[in-house]
Design a protein around this ligand. Structure first.
Ligand code: SF4
Length: 289
């Protein structure tokens, strides 16, 4: 857990509302602060009352059904070569925000979120780096009668308690590769925990949307796509597969953080390649977007 000593506790400002399939980031601009000593911060983080938050958005038609408030938490154990938000990788880069504040803002929008059958999505970074905080947000959202989703790589799926799982309606499971060696090359980590978490979700009947980022020369190999497709098809609660074409929009962030970006010369996939990959998934009777 990050040492947040000296950092302010922040309150979330009002975000800009995005249109269909559009994101509108509020960041954490317009924040008020309060002071807590270090031991109290850690106690509150352990209890899930305090989290490290990168930003939040109101979105429509992404991150789950309906209109949603998506909260991006800071901290991630993976190091994906194509990460377009490398500033979310380190928990210490986030702002300390209380769950009470997030839920108060969520309550403000609850009417419109419910009316569109939307709700709360907890994303990152990796939300399961902060399981107590994530669980607290999900519980609060359920108490408001909202749909809940978690966007995760699944690498830390073991952090999800059965109680927390009961508060999750949908998991956006980012399967970055179906082959362990490729997964390690893309993320620096092991594939097995993700596969295991997906199987647990299926056994519990939790709805899953599989997300797969298509990167030419990195994840587009037919055998790799086939492995992801076979895995997705093996999970009875998968209702959708999203093939997300790689883009270069995160490139400048890597430079500004002083990080080495390895995909400098990689072009986005051609429409033909995207269609080939989507067709591979469709061959397994999956709904592909
Ligand atoms: S899992 Fe997501 S946030 Fe973490 S490094 Fe990969 S793309 Fe970035």
């Amino acid at each position: 857990m990050a040492d947040l000593q000296g950092a302010p506790i922040v309150t979330l400002d009002v975000p800009v509302v995005g249109g269909s399939s559009v994101r509108a980031t509020s960041g954490t601009a317009g924040l008020a602060s309060a002071e807590l000593d270090r031991s109290e911060r850690f106690a509150q983080m352990r209890a899930g009352e305090l989290g490290s938050v990168h930003s939040w958005e109101l979105v429509t038609a992404v991150d789950g059904p309906g209109t949603r408030l998506t909260a991006f938490l800071s901290g991630c154990p993976l190091r994906c070569l194509y990460c377009h938000n490398p500033d979310t990788m380190e928990m210490r880069r986030g702002e300390p925000v209380t769950a009470t504040e997030v839920l108060a803002r969520l309550k403000r929008y609850a009417g419109v979120l419910r009316a569109t059958k939307g709700g709360l999505t907890v994303s990152g970074g990796e939300p399961l780096m902060q399981p107590a905080f994530t669980a607290r947000l999900l519980r609060g959202a359920k108490e408001l009668g909202l749909h809940t989703a978690v966007d995760t790589s699944g690498f830390l799926g073991a952090h999800v308690s059965d109680e927390m799982l009961a508060d999750i309606d949908l998991v956006l499971l980012d399967v970055k590769s179906g082959i362990p060696e490729t997964y390690r090359r893309v993320t620096g980590r092991e594939l097995a925990p993700t596969l295991e978490f997906g199987r647990r979700l299926a056994e519990s009947g939790t709805e899953i949307w599989i997300r797969f980022v298509l990167v030419p020369g990195l994840t587009d190999d037919e055998a790799n796509v086939e492995a992801v497709a076979e895995y997705a098809a093996s999970l009875s609660s998968v209702t959708r597969v999203e093939v997300l074409p790689f883009h270069q929009m995160g490139r400048d962030k890597w430079a500004s953080l002083g990080l080495t970006y390895e995909l400098e010369g990689v072009q986005p996939p051609t429409p033909e390649l995207v269609e080939r990959v989507r067709a591979q998934f469709r061959c397994h009777a999956l709904q592909v977007y």
